[in-house]
Write a protein that binds this ligand. Structure first.
Ligand SMILES: [Zn+2]
Length: 413
C-alpha cells in the first residue's frame, strides 16, 4: 500500500482528471480511474486544486539563509552585503551547528512550498580552512535527504586566480576532495576574470564535475565575463554541465551585443539562471532616475536557444532581507519585472530547473516522475498570484509535505 490516488484535480490546461502515482512515477491519468483500492495508501479529493510539476530551486545559499537579524546590511548593495558577511564571520557569529540548523530550516520552508530539488552555493575559501560551511550543508542535506535532493556548488572566495589566489585554490581542491557537485565563484570580482574562469574549468575537468558561476552581477556594461565563459567552454570542449547565474550586465548591452552573446552562450550549451529577487534588491542603488531592473534579458537568451531557469538566491540575509523560500514568489517577479507569461514563469521555476540540473521533466502524463505539487488554485496564473499556503507535495510518488491554512471571519452584522 504505497500508491497515491488524486481525484478530480485540474491540470495547467484546465482539464479535470484523476492521477494515480505508483513506484515513483505517474502510473495513470484520466477521468474516473478505476484502481485496485488494496494498493492505495492515500486517496485525496483534489476538487479546487491544481496539479503541477513540483517546484525546484536552482540557486540557494543555504549557509547564509535566515541571518538577516544577525547580519544587517545598512548600505544595501552587493559590496555592502559582502562586507557585512565577512565582518560577521570574523566576529565568530557563525558555527557548525547553528549553520546546519538554519540550512535545515531553509530547506523545510522550500519543501513546504513544493520544492523537491535544490542547488545551493556554499562558501569555500582560504579563511574557512576546516570547510565549516560545506560540512554544515552536508549535515543539513543528510538530515533532509528523505524529503529533497540537494546539489552543492563550491562558491569560491575571490581571488581564485593569480598569486593571491593560491590559498583559495587549495581550499577548492580540499572542497572537491571532501565532495561537491559543481565548482562556483565570481569572475566579475576578480582582476583577471578569464583567468578565474580558466582555474574553475580546469579544476572541474580534473574532478569530473560541472560549473555554476555568479556571472556579471553588476550594472557596469563594461563587465561582460559571460562572453569569456562561453568562449572558454567552447574552446576547451568542456563536457560537464555549465550554468551562469545572474548575468545582470547583459541587460545593459545594446540589443545587438545581447544577441551576439546569447548565440555564443547557446553554442556553448551554458544554461542561464536569472535571480530577479536579489537583483532587484542589490542593484541600482546609484541610479536615481529610471533605475534598471538588473534582470538578464530572458527572451533574447531563450530565442537564441539557451535554457533559462530562475531562482530565489538569498533569503533573509544581508544580500536580501526578505524572501519566503517560495519559487512562486520568483515566478511572480518574472511576470511583473521581466514580462514573462505566468505559464512560462512557472516552467522557469519547475521543469526548466530540472533541465538545468539534469533531471527528467515532469509532464502530467503516465511514465513521468511523480514529483508533483498540488496547490489550492484553479489555474497557474492564480497559483502564482495568490501563492496559497495550502499545498501538498509529492516526491518520487511519496507524499512528503502538507500545509493547510484556516480562515475565520466574523460574519455577524
Ligand atoms: Zn547567489
Amino acid at each position: 500500500m504505497t500508491d497515491h490516488l488524486i481525484r478530480n484535480v485540474v491540470d495547467a490546461t484546465g482539464r479535470s482528471l484523476d492521477v494515480h502515482l505508483s513506484a515513483g512515477r505517474i502510473a495513470a491519468v484520466g477521468a474516473n480511474l478505476s484502481i485496485d483500492s488494496s494498493v492505495v495508501a492515500d486517496e485525496f479529493d483534489g476538487r479546487g486544486w491544481i496539479v503541477l510539476p513540483a517546484l525546484a530551486e536552482p540557486h540557494a545559499h543555504l549557509d547564509k539563509a535566515l541571518t538577516a537579524h544577525q547580519v544587517p546590511n545598512p548600505k544595501g548593495d552587493l559590496m555592502g552585503a559582502i562586507e557585512a558577511w565577512i565582518g560577521a564571520a570574523e566576529r565568530g557569529v557563525f558555527g557548525l551547528d547553528e549553520m546546519t540548523e538554519r540550512a535545515v530550516a531553509a530547506l523545510t520552508k522550500l519543501v513546504a512550498s513544493g520544492v523537491t530539488l535544490v542547488r545551493t552555493h556554499v562558501n569555500v575559501g582560504e579563511s574557512d580552512s576546516d570547510l565549516m560551511h560545506l560540512r554544515a550543508i552536508h549535515a543539513a542535506r543528510r538530515a533532509m535527504e528523505h524529503l529533497v535532493d540537494v546539489h552543492v556548488v563550491a562558491l569560491m572566495h575571490s581571488p581564485l586566480s593569480g598569486p593571491d589566489g593560491a590559498g583559495n585554490r587549495k581550499a577548492l581542491a580540499a572542497a572537491l576532495e571532501h565532495g561537491v557537485d559543481l565548482v562556483g565563484g565570481c569572475p566579475h570580482l576578480e582582476d583577471d576574470g578569464p583567468g578565474m574562469i580558466d582555474v574553475a574549468l580546469s579544476a572541474a575537468t580534473e574532478a569530473g564535475v560541472g560549473v555554476d558561476l555568479h556571472v556579471d552581477e553588476t550594472l557596469d556594461a563594461n563587465m561582460l565575463t559571460l562572453r569569456d565563459l562561453a568562449t572558454a567552454v567552447i574552446d576547451r570542449g568542456f563536457a560537464s554541465p555549465v550554468a551562469a547565474s545572474h548575468c545582470v550586465s547583459l541587460s545593459m548591452q545594446p540589443i545587438g551585443v545581447q544577441r551576439e552573446v546569447a548565440a555564443r552562450v547557446a553554442g556553448a550549451g551554458v544554461a542561464i539562471i536569472p535571480l530577479p529577487q536579489t537583483n532587484l534588491f542589490l542593484q541600482g542603488w546609484d541610479h536615481h532616475m529610471a533605475m534598471p531592473r538588473g534582470i538578464t534579458p530572458i527572451d533574447v537568451l531563450r530565442d537564441a536557444g539557451v535554457v533559462v531557469a530562475a531562482g530565489g538566491d538569498n533569503v533573509q540575509d544581508p544580500f536580501n532581507p526578505v524572501g519566503r523560500s517560495d519559487p512562486l514568489e520568483t515566478a511572480a517577479l518574472l511576470v511583473m519585472a521581466a514580462h514573462q507569461r505566468p505559464e512560462v514563469a512557472y516552467d522557469m521555476v519547475s521543469n526548466d530547473v530540472r533541465r538545468v540540473l539534469g533531471r527528467a521533466v515532469v509532464d502530467i502524463e503516465p511514465g513521468a516522475p511523480a514529483d508533483l505539487l498540488l496547490v489550492r488554485s484553479r489555474s497557474v496564473r492564480e497559483a502564482i498570484a495568490d501563492a496559497p499556503v495550502d499545498r501538498r507535495v509529492y516526491r518520487a510518488g511519496r507524499l512528503v509535505s502538507v500545509t493547510a491554512s484556516t480562515h475565520w471571519m466574523d460574519d455577524r452584522p
